[in-house]
Write a protein that binds this ligand. Structure first.
Ligand SMILES: CC(C)(COP(=O)(O)OP(=O)(O)OC[C@H]1O[C@@H](n2cnc3c(N)ncnc32)[C@H](O)[C@@H]1OP(=O)(O)O)[C@@H](O)C(=O)NCCC(=O)NCCS
Length: 176
């Protein structure tokens, strides 16, 4: 089986020992990003790529990128925007890209990537405040995937979604 319980995997920063060229998720833009741009983005501090790798098969199972970004309050639904001071820009964490290799799809790796990205963002937000985690979905199918994890669309932006940090914190709160 190729599920997380049966595979010897590691979540780490993208590094030179990862076989980027062999990665294929079926979306050309997300493949090309990992093959040719992700390492440059990391070097230039534009976005940090994290990968889950299958250590025994030496394959990249999936990846996501994290960076800081900002949103205008007008982008948020009114009921939420009115609870926030009227600063021009509010800081957020951005999951710019996320993909699972075709070979590993449907086994729970996408969920693991999202959960790792949310938890990492929550930890970062304790040092550098962040109102929400924002995602840029690549297409309508990807929107459905993110909605499955409680992301909601911005006003007038079908493919840009967010989940507030307070909501994420509640989800990870394991206190009784
Ligand atoms: C979307 C993608 C990341 C899902 O990865 P995956 O490993 O197959 O997903 P998982 O097996 O972890 O599925 C987790 C849950 O999401 C659901 N799900 C998976 N793909 C979905 C989709 N396209 N639409 C709605 N729900 C989806 C699963 O049914 C599962 O639900 P469950 O927990 O209720 O059983 C993967 O198909 C992919 O890389 N697609 C191409 C690139 C892409 O669309 N990236 C996303 C955003 S840019």
């Amino acid at each position: 089986m190729l599920n997380p319980e049966s595979i010897n995997f590691e979540i780490e920063l993208l590094a030179s020992h990862h076989d980027k060229a062999a990665f294929s998720c079926g979306n050309e833009r997300l493949d090309r990003y990992l093959h040719t741009i992700a390492t440059q983005d990391k070097k230039r501090n534009i976005a940090i790529p994290y990968v889950i790798s299958d250590k025994d098969r030496q394959k990249i199972i999936g990846y996501y990128t994290l960076s800081m970004s900002g949103i205008n309050l007008e982008e948020l639904p009114q009921n939420l925007a009115k609870k926030i001071p009227r600063y021009p820009i509010v800081g957020v964490n951005l999951i710019g890209r996320l993909a699972v290799s075709n070979d590993y799809r449907g086994y729970g790796w996408g969920k693991l990537l999202i959960m790792d990205a949310l938890h990492r963002s929550l930890r970062i937000s304790k040092a550098t405040a962040s109102f929400a985690v924002v995602v840029e979905a690549i297409d309508a199918e990807a929107v459905k995937f993110y909605q499955r994890f409680d992301f909601q669309a911005f006003t007038d932006r079908e493919f840009k979604l967010f989940r507030t940090m307070s909501n994420i914190e509640k989800a990870f709160d394991t206190k009784p």
